[in-house]
Design a protein around this ligand. Structure first.
Ligand SMILES: [Fe+2]
Ligand SMILES: [Fe+2]
Length: 533
């Protein structure tokens, strides 16, 4: 870490005060935006932002039990004040909620699995009030925070609007805290895809701003929302499974059913969301991605439609056995010890045990058990667990093996491997077709993600860089997917790049544009996911 940053003790009365990571206030002015030091600063701000959310959440919860002057409120209030003074020197620090994602100002607050419960609880609290943002100014004081939290828990959101809440804030002389309303997300992608016949004209582009009127943008918004909901519920469920609590699958099942419906409508958009894997830090994103990929593959394999949501749910919990592995081991930065590996290899079996112990799940569906037990076994039993009795892997297990491997290999977090580009992963998987993987299912899987998979970065013959957003409709032209242009021919990023169907031909009958090479987006550490969501 740069020596410009220092760890400063928080000025907190409580003896259990956590050291708060802070930075010199003047530094943000000195550091040029976009420089490496600027990135460190951003990261620090995000860490501080998560602490702010955590403390605000504690403050609200504590205020439900104790009066505003109670000493139990001291710690969260004092810590929050330190954070606010650190972060809000130029302008107020704002926590924003958009489509169930939290932002600090304009930066997405990416949180770890452990922070998930807190963030979900905070998001729920804001949603009850339809609050889209809370901002804290440098001038806010202890009494303001206490009074605000008291209002938050005493006013009844059923009978009061956010405007009533604001009036109370002013009426009680609360200074330095403001509420923002929830905003509809604007997705301003130049969203003409191959579905819209005769696309790509200037008129189409100029109407692209009205996101609500644009069915493509709306679909993307819905898909993103759906993903966030599944991610939210898997976070909550994993947490309660870890704590041995009662698990309510209803919400997760509803969220998955929603995803299935969206997928029937537009598979490519939903699968595009799985490219979030490269950068988002939710460890359970892996579970959501595996679930989405399994649903898509199962659908193509002729799985009964009515059972796709069940399969998705089973896939969502394929790694539940990992909840028996200590978090320190899962998050270990270094190499695993032999002991760690033993624990890791036991997770499929532990998963079945954990599922059977869950309260709230009355009879363990066979599919869920199979998903957990078989997902690392491999078709040729080269994986684990090793069995001494003959075994035939279920269709669910074989689907899961493919979806799990694909997402794990393309993601940077699972088993701490370096991520591989999607097309390298597909090549590697094909080398094991018929051995580790069911050959027929693997072929069907390629139909879902494309031979040049969704999320791949490519260079076009115009020298522009583009990202693959959808497999080609026609298998004959499999190497001509739909792409979205993301840079100009000089390599400078552009927004609102055009979406191209690479099978389109010009007047002379030759293809308008073609891919000349694949770019390894993992090498360039390029976040392609932002072009989907
Ligand atoms: Fe696993
Ligand atoms: Fe997995």
């Amino acid at each position: 870490m740069s020596s410009n940053f220092k760890i400063k003790e928080a000025t907190v009365v409580n003896e259990q005060a956590q050291p708060i990571l802070t930075h010199e206030r003047s530094l943000s002015h000195k550091i040029a935006q976009g420089s490496e030091a600027g990135d460190i600063l951003d990261q620090q701000m995000i860490m501080l932002g998560i602490q702010l959310v955590t403390q605000l959440n504690v403050l609200i919860k504590t205020s439900r039990i104790y009066d505003r002057t109670n000493a139990a409120l001291d710690k969260p209030v004092d810590t929050m004040l330190t954070l606010i003074k650190t972060m809000a020197h130029d302008h107020p620090v704002t926590l924003r909620l958009q489509n169930d994602f939290l932002f600090l100002g304009e930066s997405h607050l990416k949180v770890t699995a452990q922070q998930m419960a807190v963030v979900t609880s905070f998001i729920d609290a804001l949603n009850v009030w339809k609050i889209g943002g809370v901002s804290f100014a440098y001038t806010a004081e202890s009494k303001d925070l206490r009074e605000f939290a008291a209002l938050f828990v005493t006013l009844d959101p059923d009978n009061n609007s956010i405007d009533d809440f604001r009036r109370e804030i002013t009426g009680r002389g609360i200074n330095g805290i403001e509420l923002e309303e929830q905003r509809e997300v604007q997705i301003n992608e130049g969203a003409e895809s191959g579905d819209n016949k005769g696309s790509g004209t200037a008129e189409n582009k100029s109407t692209g701003d009205t996101a609500s009127a644009d069915p493509n943008a709306q679909r993307k918004g819905n898909a993103k929302n759906g993903y966030a909901k599944v991610a939210g519920s898997v976070g909550t469920l994993t947490q309660s499974a870890r704590e041995g609590g009662t698990v309510n699958f209803k919400q997760a099942k509803r969220a998955i059913q929603n995803i299935v419906d969206l997928m029937m409508d537009d598979e490519a958009t939903v699968l595009g969301l799985t490219t979030l894997r490269c950068h988002d830090q939710y460890t359970h994103n892996h579970s959501v991605n595996v679930s989405l990929l399994s649903i898509a593959l199962a659908n193509r394999a002729g799985y009964p439609k009515a059972e796709l949501a069940d399969l998705g749910l089973a896939a969502l919990f394929h790694d539940l056995g990992k909840s028996t592995i200590p978090i320190e081991v899962l998050n270990k930065p270094g190499e695993f010890t032999d002991e760690d590996w033993v624990a890791m290899r036991n997770h499929p079996t532990e998963g079945v045990l954990a599922l059977s112990k869950l309260r709230g799940i009355t009879n363990l569906p066979g599919r869920m058990a199979a998903a957990s037990f078989e997902h690392h076994m491999n078709l040729d039993f080269s994986g684990y667990p090793k069995l001494s009795v003959p075994w035939t892997a279920s269709l669910t297990g074989r689907i899961l093996t493919i979806a799990d491997c694909y997402d794990a290999m393309t993601s940077s977090r699972v088993y701490r491997r370096e991520p591989m580009s999607p097309s390298k992963v597909l090549n590697m998987m094909f080398s094991k077709s018929g051995k580790a993987f069911d050959a027929v299912l693997l072929k069907l899987f390629v139909n879902c993600v494309g031979i040049i998979p969704i999320g791949s970065m490519v260079m076009l013959d115009t020298s522009e860089l583009a990202v693959v957003i959808k497999p080609a409709l026609d298998k004959v032209n499999a190497e001509r997917p739909f792409v979205k242009v993301i840079t100009d021919s000089q390599g400078s990023p552009i927004d609102q790049g055009r979406e191209i169907d690479l099978t389109e031909k010009d007047e002379t009958g030759s293809f308008r544009e073609s891919i000349i090479r694949l770019i390894d987006n993992t090498e360039y550490k390029f976040d392609t996911s932002r072009y989907f969501v």
